[in-house]
Write a new protein. Structure first.
Length: 203
């Protein structure tokens, strides 16, 4: 089995690339989706979130995402520590869930499995993958995409971007780079090209 990491910055188009690869038949696990499922269903995680941030961050189906985002990404000097606390609660469970899923896929004989995560390099997971794909796009385009879909301010988006490794550095570390600076058709073509190369190497 070949294990692929898919990463990039906020707003670069990771989710779109993930969807294109799923449509191609790849098995892809998205870290954000896994995290949401865990925060909705894992009683220990929900208890720890409540203890760390207050019961108001919980909803019957998960978490109050806007409130939690304000607590960990806002201008308050304590936000950095809160973000570290949140990551400390959620990331180990996400990693554990993905390790279990990878093992199950290997037992099924799945040829290629991909994990999509914004923080592969930030939390030093790159050595666990056979190949890493970085999805990149122009900075201003990424900011505008995030503002449009999340209603955050430019300052909020820039603050979140500052929490991640610069894209130039991620590009330099990647095995493959998918450039999302053009049209959706361009992105589809670039994604298919990278997918075909990886499939050929997977045998």
């Amino acid at each position: 089995m070949v294990l692929i990491g898919i990463t990039g910055g906020i707003g670069t188009g990771k989710s779109t690339v993930t969807q294109l690869l799923k449509e191609r038949g790849w098995t892809v696990y998205a870290s954000d989706e896994t995290a949401k499922a865990i925060m909705a269903a894992d009683s220990d995680v929900r208890r720890e979130l409540s203890e760390a941030f207050g019961e108001q961050v919980l909803t019957p189906n998960g978490v109050n995402a806007p409130l939690l985002s304000t607590l960990v990404f806002g201008p308050d000097p304590e936000c950095g520590q809160r973000l570290a606390t949140l990551n400390g609660i959620v990331h180990p469970r996400v990693l554990e869930a993905h390790m279990t899923a990878i093992q199950q896929e290997e037992e099924r004989g799945t040829r290629i499995v991909a994990i999509e995560s914004a923080l592969i390099y930030e939390i030093d997971l790159e050595e666990g993958f056979d190949y890493i794909i970085v999805v990149d796009a122009p900075h201003d385009a990424c900011v505008e995409r995030v503002i449009e879909r999340s209603k955050l301010t430019r300052q909020d988006v820039e603050r979140r971007m500052a929490e991640q490794i610069p894209m130039e550095e991620k590009r330099g570390l990647a095995d493959f780079v998918i450039d999302n600076s053009g049209s959706l058709e361009d992105l589809k073509g670039a994604t298919q090209t990278v997918a075909m190369l990886i499939e050929a190497m997977a045998g």
